[in-house]
Write a protein that binds this ligand. Sequence first.
Ligand code: MRU
Length: 367
Amino acid sequence: MKVGNENYRSLWFDPAHPGEVKVIDQRLLPWELRIEVLSSAEDVYLAIRDMMVRGAPVIGALASFGMYLYAFNHSTDLHLKENLDHIAEYLISSRPTAVNLAHAVHRQQEAYTPLDDHDRIIGAMRDEAVSFTEAEVEASRRIGEHGVTLLEELAEQKKGQHINILTHCNAGWLATIDYGTALAPVYEAFLRGLKVHVWVDETRPRNQGARLTMWELQEAGVPCTLIADNTGGHLMQQGLVDIVLTGSDRTTRTGDTANKIGTYLKALAARDNNIPFYVALPVSSIDPEISNGMLEIPIEERPPTEITVMEGMWHDEYRKVNIVPEETPVSNYAFDVTPASLITGLITERGICGANEEEIMGMLKDE
Ligand code: MRU
């Protein structure tokens, strides 16, 4: 996607510099667009754990490069494959909820396990990281093409009025390398000349909506309005939301979906107001091994300071301020699970399907 006149991805690899991968430091947006160079598995682990790079699809692709970088940097290691298995566990432990990460790392393990020659291992792992990344970009593009059909139907019903879309967190190109999941249909609709307007939940505690989604949409020129997290229900009651679109960090074989904390409450409000609630995701976000999202999806808990401290710019000066009484006990759950029963449909690169086992497993068998 474009920032100013330049095309960017949130992660990229240049074969001329085989010992590094470049990423946008998402912690500094919207104030600064800083590119960071990562050159080891540890760099990658820290970038994911500390949210320099966040969003399920892009952390999967980055973890894949993390595995490759380890092999690249340890080409003379006599126990390379054994150590890669440890690095796999280490990278998977950086963030527990998004299944894309484990999925990407396991694919790397499948790439090196049958090989013995180190040069061949490194080559195969580089190719795997590159093709995994390109496949995620293509998946996002196709999610946009499938999802836009829903917005085109709404445009017909609204007869020239704006379509109001509500989204939570950031499920745009920053989270997915390019295009987005929930935002991909919005970008496609905007390109096709549909009148779209996005309500952007601020998404406490880290404010991915306020900081990242607002920045992305404004850069693209898509009309959007920031709202406090608890505003969605009111807007729905007033007839000001036509569709809710969110992303997913892990979707079970039965369609239960984990996404940023607060997503479940939007789904409840959408159901109460008869508003379609769609989840957009690449199939790499589906975990076919599990059936009950509420019981089986691990929910990440993050540091209390994400809630107790706010950060931002004040007259060109970056500041952090404490907003609670000292010694405040805090629970910081990063995700919640929306049960399949509240989800109107899943938008994937293979098409739109119901949030149920038959359709999800049928779709997974397709390719
Ligand atoms: O904690 P984050 O910012 O990594 O959470 C991200 C989300 O919840 C996104 O909605 C999700 O990864 C889907 S993005 C394509």
